[in-house]
Design a protein. Sequence first.
Length: 194
Amino acid sequence: MNRNTFLNACLSAGAFLAAPFTLLAEIKKKRVDKGIRVLAGKDRFDKPQSLMEGDVFYTKVSSKDTNGDIYIFESTRDRMGGPPLHYHYEQDEWWYILEGEFLFKVGEETFTAKAGDSIFGPRMVPHAFAKTNEGIGRLLMAFQPAGKMEEHFKALSEGIYSKLSAEEKHKFRQNNGFEVVGPALTIDKSLPQK
């Protein structure tokens, strides 16, 4: 092997071996590199999102903090009910009840949940939930990976979604990674808890 071939081989091998570290450096650049504290009742960016007739979302961990790996927010709900039956293409969804009572449907399973309970909804599995109690209900919710859900809720809060036609709303939901496949849950307190 001549000297130039040997040097080129060494340089190529070095670049190949350094690639994972270069990639890690790029990932680190896109993440927050310090701890974050968000106080109780506050939003990560001091801009809570008001949507869905009195519901308020408080971002706790932004998708921007994690390079899109996870989005966590607190949902404070005044009204009874919840979103229609839907599924996410690429996000798992998790709910932890902080206050109030909720009814969940995940796939064919129906659950009631109260403070301290949690529910997991895998991606591609239709799910819905509804607040069933009078007064305030509060949930800690997470999407993993974050997808475009943070941007979706921001658009709802800004009133963009309400101005769209039915077809535009369908496309908007698809562009944000989910499909509506049925109506919202009917609140029936007689369902057994699982």
